[in-house]
Design a protein around this ligand. Sequence first.
Ligand code: PAF
Length: 286
Amino acid sequence: MKVLRTKQEVSAWADEQHKNGLKVGLVPTMGYLHEGHLSLMRIARKNSDAVIVSIFVNPTQFGPNEDFEKYPRDEERDLALCEAEGVAAVFAPNPQEMYCGDSSVVLQENKLSKVMCGISRPIHFSGVLTVVNKLFNISRADVAVFGQKDAQQLAIIRRMVRDLDMPIKLIGAPIVRESDNLAMSSRNTYLSAEDRAAALNISKTLLALQAEWPCNASWTTEQVKQRITEGIEGGSNGYVKLEYIAIVDADKLEERDASASLTSNTLVAIAAQVGKTRLIDNVLVG
Ligand code: PAF
């Protein structure tokens, strides 16, 4: 497995793969890899010939009071995990290499990024789109795999690829959960035992809602929201505080009418504060 530090090395590596008739599959990550990331690598291997994983904690997608500095990092362990998954190359640049020190051009999405997480994280998706676009260009990837756990991110990246006619195939991968059903996230490492016990009300409530469909298909979205609030905030005695509940069209992220029933292709997503940690989770219904 090659460990590449510069953009030039990655593009030369990708050109070489293409010259040999191989399809390049990209898995963008911020490192501190877990089973969810490994599942993305396995999907990338099935859908391409040479997989490249990027490991880069992208400063431009963190707000001023967010966890950029304390975001967990363990490059040695990450590289060993990538190697064990049969990854062909890892791109692990530093911020200076990625952004040239004085970059001044960013990508901006103006609709899907203004709802849900975009409300409390106003610069986040611009940072994500900018770095993802750069990674696509640098790696010349034919295919890229992203997790459905970040459902809003995936929808916005799909929109970017569509609107800017980017020559890349996107694959969305199912959420991988811990044995207690907590959605896997590098940020789970921040949770205390008390946080974690309370956080389980999130997956419990969302998975029950998903399992009960279509029996609950006649519920209005207002009723669904009530049920989620009771399950998550009520279930944790107020320890978990919901930031939002979104019941939206899975592709357009447009809010379903409050009196509408729980129709198919609906994304039910939440963000919540659990102690000092902000978590997100979602299910697709229908
Ligand atoms: O999902 C993530 O880990 C990040 O947002 C991504 C896509 C790697 C961009 O930094």
